[in-house]
Ligand binder design. Structure first.
Ligand SMILES: Nc1ncnc2c1ncn2[C@@H]1O[C@H](COP(=O)(O)OP(=O)(O)OP(=O)(O)O)[C@@H](O)[C@H]1O
Ligand SMILES: [Mg+2]
Length: 372
């Protein structure tokens, strides 16, 4: 483990909202952690990033850095004790690390939110049975015969997914007919899978919502999302709402946040059907790629909103003053950023990742499409 020299004024119990200078711990050193740290700094807080790698996009803009594996509970304890509140920027942190940290400091969103979203089967079951929101039919798949039964139940195509560690469409295959069944099952490891009914959506959108420590909820307008190569490509907000589904979408989002007694920002992904019916696809207990447009929309951005929620500050305004199109810069596309920056009404965000790799999110662009 390596840690930059920690502050000498280690915190005792601080009041809520946390005062300036308080230290926000962030598990994860990626771009979401970086943008959280930048917003925390703007609000007068200091940040401490924990990652298994050194010199990450987030740690390069943070006050303190711990480099240690997530399994190193001693390092987790030292980290937790040096922070006034801890949050995370990705879901695949071992639960044990978060639970250990929680013994020493408040962690928001708490381990329950993380546990729920770690595993698609637990997540879908929670959404259907506890939050009582609409989800696609699904079945746990541990054997070929369970998969065959699931397909019979759906009576049509299915998306077979690994229960854990999926992102950007990794760990999933579409099963359209008989001949895909065996290969798809084997390709995903043949165990710990979930089969979902294929949803014939007309579009995908998300709601970014925040819940404060006093239970207040503030949601941003619907964001329409377009994927390319199974990865989020563009988000546009506020989205058109021809089927007038926004009230339903916001009510569903609130039910999910309340059911988890959630604190912080959450991304909720929806499918919209031709008849206006909504299906929740998945939730992300963190700031979300489809919320990056908020940075240049003239309202409180999602990163500041998350910091506000976890430090006990009141939530900020979520009403944009302009329509924003966010486009991810993937791999080599980052090389165009200086040219893109010359366009009017365009804001560029570069994550300062040192290795350009195919498929890697390197930055994003927010383009103002029109002011209200
Ligand atoms: N049941 C389904 N029916 C139809 N399309 C689906 C279904 N499940 C997933 N998809 C498609 O695959 C995409 C990725 O699925 P999902 O969001 O579950 O996985 P992910 O790997 O967590 O993706 P991401 O990291 O981009 O959110 C969805 O945005 C959607 O386009
Ligand atoms: Mg998704």
């Amino acid at each position: 483990m390596s840690t930059t020299s920690l502050p000498t004024d280690l915190p005792s119990d601080l009041p809520t909202p946390l005062p300036s200078g308080a230290i926000i711990g962030i598990f994860g050193g990626g771009q979401l952690g970086r943008m959280l740290a930048q917003s925390a700094t703007k609000l007068g807080y200091r940040t401490h990033v924990y990652d298994s790698l050194a010199d990450t996009p987030a740690s390069r803009v943070s006050d303190f850095e711990t480099v240690a594996p997530y399994e190193d509970l001693k390092a987790i304890i030292t980290f937790a004790k040096s922070c006034d509140v801890v949050t995370y920027e990705f879901e695949n942190i071992p639960i044990a690390a978060v639970k250990e940290a929680q013994k020493h400091v408040s962690v928001y969103p708490d381990a329950k939110a993380l546990e729920t979203s770690h595993d698609r089967l637990i997540e879908k079951t929670f959404l259907r049975d506890t939050a009582t929101v609409p989800v696609a039919k699904f079945h746990a798949v541990e054997t070929m015969s369970a998969l065959t039964n699931a397909l019979t139940d759906f009576g049509g195509p299915s998306v077979l997914k690994t229960r854990r560690f999926g992102y950007d469409g990794k760990g999933q295959v579409k099963i359209s007919d008989e001949k895909d069944v065996k290969g798809g099952f084997a390709r995903l490891g043949g165990a710990d899978l979930i089969a979902e009914d294929f949803v014939p959506f007309v579009r995908e959108f998300s709601i970014i919502a925040a819940r404060a420590q006093d239970g207040t909820i503030a949601s941003y307008p619907m964001t329409e999302n377009v994927h390319k190569d199974h990865r989020l490509h563009t988000s546009i907000a506020p989205a058109n709402d021809p089927q007038n589904v926004k009230e339903n979408a916001h009510a569903i989002a609130e039910r999910i946040l309340d059911a988890l007694s959630y604190i912080g920002v959450m991304g909720i992904e929806f499918f919209e059907l031709e008849n206006g019916k909504l299906i929740v696809n998945e939730i992300a207990p963190r700031v979300h790629n489809s919320g990056h447009w908020t940075q240049n929309a003239g309202c409180t951005d999602q990163f500041e909103q998350h910091i506000r929620a976890i430090t006990g500050l009141p939530l900020g305004d979520t009403v944009p003053i302009q329509t924003v199109l966010m486009t991810n810069l993937i791999g080599e596309e980052i090389k165009n950023i200086k040219t893109i920056a010359q366009r009017p009404d365009t804001f560029v965000h570069d994550y300062d990742k040192h290795d350009i790799r195919a498929g890697r999110k390197m930055g994003h662009v927010n383009e103002i499409l029109g002011k209200f």
